[in-house]
Design a protein around this ligand. Structure first.
Ligand code: KDG
Ligand code: MG
Length: 401
């Protein structure tokens, strides 16, 4: 079962996606997501120029060996570009193996540990009223868990808040520089969750994402103030470059913490997990080395009662979503999966078997990942450079994501 080659398909059905299609001598192919929002072409080149030539002629069934070969063999370890490229290869190999053995990938990962996967949706609004109404809309269509964000009076734009559904902006054209005030933001979050609990009650899981924007002591205060509203999690309360920051937050609050969407290896989260400084690890298939590496992170986390809560915004393609759902269904210490539906254009490029109903998802039972790419449709959406916005404090100082 030799790998004969492959291609890297870059398309932009509303936003950019990088997809690896790995081909074998028997005609079986596998797909892997390699999208790194705002830095897409770096991963495309890593795959095309460096990994594909190394893969030709290798046995596609040796998933772990190929992972180690690409990771150890590079000499230069880790980093988002390297790990997204390795992830794409790993994901495609699991897809191939499932197709070869005529079984869905979750069966290869130990089988289902649950009937379906709990997901959370994204509600947002420019005002608290709008955000509460949007959250109610998610409950009305079956969601049991909702992440809620709202605008800040006096701030023109707040990341994660827009009137439309597909809000996570990677904007085309000149990079957008937005103004940020932590004081303004902090004055809105607790009132938002007070209102949400008053109107929606305690039967729904509520989540919130700080997008790494607070200092540790500010995050500690926010976590403390939110305690009566029993959040499912408070996400990325501060940057995680320094894991000790989380010890400070932990000393002040019992609000559960979720971290890790920007992590690319087990070493980024090892200390946070082993010292039980977080409750959910948000590493994803595409950004953390594929299904194989994510399983190792989950196994480490299981020892410390930390659960998984993988990133699933729309800049992760349906190939990643499918892989995530196979992982989520099988792994014992699964917590929740983020889910933002893709646009209809994206769904046309990537026909898939996974489905949503009543607040939960299932990857389906097709052999492999159960997701495909229609290359002809993909070709009608050529790549267009786009970047995430950046944030500056009111005095112009560049601020953390
Ligand atoms: O590319 C960045 C987005 O995926 C990220 O900002 C979304 O924070 C995010 C989330 O939790 O979905
Ligand atoms: Mg986030």
């Amino acid at each position: 079962m030799k790998i004969t080659g492959g291609k890297v398909i870059v398309c932009s059905p509303g936003r950019n996606f990088v997809t690896l299609k790995l081909e074998t001598a028997d005609g079986v192919y596998g797909l892997g997501d390699a999208t790194l929002n705002g830095r897409e072409m770096a991963v495309a080149s890593y795959l095309r120029d460096h990994l594909l030539p190394l893969l030709e002629g290798r046995d596609a069934r040796r998933i772990e060996d190929i992972w180690q070969f690409l990771y150890k063999g590079a000499y230069w370890r880790r980093g988002p570009v390297t790990m997204a490229a390795i992830a794409a290869v790993d994901t495609a190999l699991w897809d191939i193996k499932g197709k070869l053995l005529n079984t869905p990938v979750y069966q290869l990962l130990g089988g289902a540990s649950r009937e379906a996967v709990l997901v959370y949706g994204h509600a947002n609004g420019e005002t608290i009223d709008n955000a509460v109404e949007a959250a109610g809309g998610f409950l009305a269509v079956g969601y049991r868990a909702v992440r809620v964000q709202c605008g800040v009076p006096g701030m023109e734009k707040v990341y994660g808040v827009s009137s439309g559904m597909a809000y996570e902006p990677a904007l085309r054209g000149p990079i957008s520089e937005t103004a940020w005030s932590s004081e303004g933001y902090l004055s809105c979050v607790t009132p938002l969750f007070e209102r949400l609990r008053r109107e929606l009650g305690f039967d729904v899981h509520l989540l919130h994402d700080v997008h790494h924007r607070l200092r540790p002591i500010e995050a500690a205060r926010l976590g403390h103030d939110l305690e009566p509203h029993r959040l499912f999690w408070l996400e990325d309360p501060t940057v995680a470059d320094n894991p000790e920051s989380f010890r400070l937050i932990r000393q002040h609050t019992t609000t559960p913490l979720a971290v890790g969407e920007v992590f690319n290896s087990i070493h980024d989260c090892r200390q946070l997990i082993q010292e039980q400084l977080i409750d959910y690890v948000r590493t994803t298939v595409v950004h953390a080395g594929g299904i194989s590496h994510l399983r190792k992170i989950a196994s480490l986390a299981e020892l410390y009662q930390v659960r998984t809560g993988s990133h699933g915004a729309t800049d992760l393609s349906p190939v990643c979503m499918a892989a995530a759902l196979h992982f989520d269904l099988s792994v014992h210490n699964f917590g929740i999966q983020e889910y933002m539906p893709h646009t209809s254009e994206t769904d046309r490029v990537f026909p898939h078997a996974y489905r949503f109903a009543d607040g939960v998802m299932h990857p389906g039972d097709k052999p492999g990942l159960g997701v495909d790419i229609d290359e002809a449709v993909a070709a009608t959406f050529p790549y267009r450079p786009a970047y995430l916005p950046v944030a500056r404090l009111l005095d112009g100082t560049m601020h953390d994501w």
